[in-house]
Design a binder for this molecule. Structure first.
Ligand code: AMP
Length: 533
């Protein structure tokens, strides 16, 4: 039941305004939405044929999960995440009290100052209770802040208003730093969530490798442009388990390419690389850093900074003036340890065995320590600068980094659905998806009941049927059937109603027949679903 307004006063006039989707987000409307559903459904079917299973994950997670898994030095975590604090309802009052502690305007008057001190005392007590409950985060950092607050509040109690400024500031700094709710982020990607779920549910105890796929939206505050949105969609897959056999990597790539082939995304290129492991990569990174320092003055600001923070990311640079310099840098393939070299060689053998073509790209790196060995990317035609439709690789150290069991390896990829569909649309290689099958053109009061009845029967057979809610003139009715793209018009006039028959008109060639119900059902079945449908 909805609440009734309590007064009979005239409702205030509401400003007329049109809402628009927020920048970087968009609506996927019919008929495009059918293409999206087909794309995602095809992924499900292909992935399940490789024994991958769907995992449904939360859209938001604790911010620190992404900070840890994606890395604080990345653009995603540094500036692109949608982060907010979720307060429990019981914490709202504590939040109000904090606002008073932070905002009390007049502290010079003795009476006011005494009242302020009592408020601070109340706040400190309330924080202590909330932390013990716990209704607010009780991790080590927050406990330290609460302890500092208590100490600083204690010091404040003994001072006079004239000497209070520094003491008040310290209390306020603590109050500001205190986390009252959970800091939460809309997921910018899903690998971190898959690993979190794997650990949380002890999935390492399940038989075999865990082969999981997900489908859904991701959120990054990037600069919107063609193929780049702030809410975008990914279809991804991950394999988690104790083995890092190159055959796993190869099977993942085979599945990915089988899927692209199945949806007709054939104008694509697969790039692969190996970025070593914790044995060989640090040595390579040091070599790279040393070489980069020598050419520092010729690089732009971002790359200069990355020499110290994350030299591998310099290889990602797209700046034309940096390209000749980067081309001369040492390559990881010359610095792999024996085990990594062998892993990469076996992967290439496995790809050959499966008939998969690829190009090696030594600049395909990932900046984070837990990424190991295989990395890959797929680019597609028709997308301009945003031409990567899929990125992936091995992340053997991630599960452990997130507090999970040691020795669990992982590999996975994420396909950008928006871009993959854009590329399909650009290529014109689109599937014919079933639309409206039957438009029921009924005329005359007597035709209405049989129209409702046959519509129900056709829909029970899962034909898409449009039944006009109001009577229409014959010509208008057929005109609408045409505009809606119906395959057939099912005409029910007074004649048909009286004789219990139907006139079925095929709109592509205007061929029509008068049929009884069972002949009608058979005809539609064979024409729409038969071998030549
Ligand atoms: P990543 O998780 O960054 O490796 O991205 C995997 C894939 O997701 C990319 O290859 C893109 O196809 C897609 N993608 C990433 N960011 C966006 C975005 N902002 N808009 C649309 N697609 C994106």
């Amino acid at each position: 039941m909805t609440d009734k307004p309590e007064t009979t006063e005239k409702a205030p006039k509401i400003e007329r305004r049109q809402f628009r989707a927020i920048k970087g987000t968009r609506d996927i409307l019919p008929p495009d939405s059918a293409l999206w559903n087909w794309f995602e459904q095809s992924a499900r079917e292909v992935f399940e044929s490789y024994n991958f299973r769907d995992i449904r994950l939360p859209i938001f997670e604790e911010t620190s999960l992404f900070a840890r898994a994606v890395g604080t030095d990345t653009d995603i975590v540094g500036k692109e995440m949608y982060t907010f604090t979720t307060l429990e309802p019981e914490t709202e009052k504590l939040n109000d009290l904090r606002s008073i502690v932070l905002g009390w305007p007049d502290l010079w008057d003795r009476q006011q100052f005494e009242a302020y001190k009592r408020t601070v005392e109340l706040f400190v007590q309330a924080v202590e209770q909330a932390m013990n409950a716990p209704r607010i985060p009780a991790d080590r950092d927050n406990r330290t802040v609460a302890q500092n607050l208590k100490n600083h509040a204690h010091e404040l109690m003994g001072v006079s208003p004239q000497h209070a400024t520094d003491f008040v500031e310290r209390v306020r700094a603590d109050a500001r730093a205190l986390e009252l709710g959970q800091i939460t982020t809309l997921r910018p990607e899903a690998t971190a969530s898959v690993c979190r779920a794997y650990i949380e549910h002890g999935m390492q105890t399940l038989p075999g490798n865990q082969k999981l796929y997900y489908v859904g939206p991701m959120f990054r505050r990037e600069r919107p442009q063609k193929g780049r949105y702030r809410q975008f969609y990914q279809v991804g897959a991950e394999v988690l388990g104790p083995s890092d056999a190159p055959a796993i990597d190869a099977e993942v790539l085979e599945m990915l390419l089988t899927f692209f082939n199945c949806v007709g995304l054939t104008n694509i290129k697969l790039y692969i690389n190996s970025i070593g492991c914790k044995e060989c990569r640090p040595k390579y990174v040091e070599r790279l850093r040393a070489e980069l320092r020598k050419v520092k003055d010729h690089l732009k600001e971002d790359s200069q900074r990355r020499i110290e923070t994350n030299p591998l990311r310099v290889l990602d640079s797209k700046l034309p003036e940096e390209q000749p310099i980067i081309e001369k840098l040492p390559r990881i393939s010359d610095h792999l340890c024996d085990a990594c070299r062998e892993h990469f060689a076996k992967l290439k053998d496995e790809l050959a065995l499966r008939g998969i073509g690829y190009q090696e790209n030594w600049r395909l790196v990932r900046g984070l320590d837990y990424y190991t060995r295989t990395t890959f990317e797929v680019s597609a035609a028709g997308l301009g600068s945003q031409n990567a439709v899929c990125g992936g690789g091995r992340y053997d150290g991630l599960v452990e980094l997130l507090g999970g069991p040691a020795g669990i390896k992982g590999i996975g990829f994420a396909i950008g659905t928006d871009r993959a569909i854009l590329s399909l649309q650009e290529s014109g290689n689109l599937p014919k998806l079933p639309g409206l099958a039957v438009f029921i053109a009924w005329m005359g009061a007597k035709a209405y009941a049989p129209a409702v009845a046959i519509a129900k029967k056709l829909r029970a057979r899962r034909f898409s049927v449009e039944l006009p809610p109001e009577e229409m003139k014959f010509k208008k009715s057929l005109g609408l059937a045409d505009k809606l793209g119906a395959k057939y018009a099912l005409i029910i006039g007074e004649d048909e109603a009286a004789s219990g028959t139907f006139t079925l008109k095929r709109l592509s060639d205007a061929h029509q027949d008068k049929l009884d119900e069972s002949a009608l059902l058979d005809r539609l079945q064979s024409e729409l679903r038969g071998p030549n449908a």
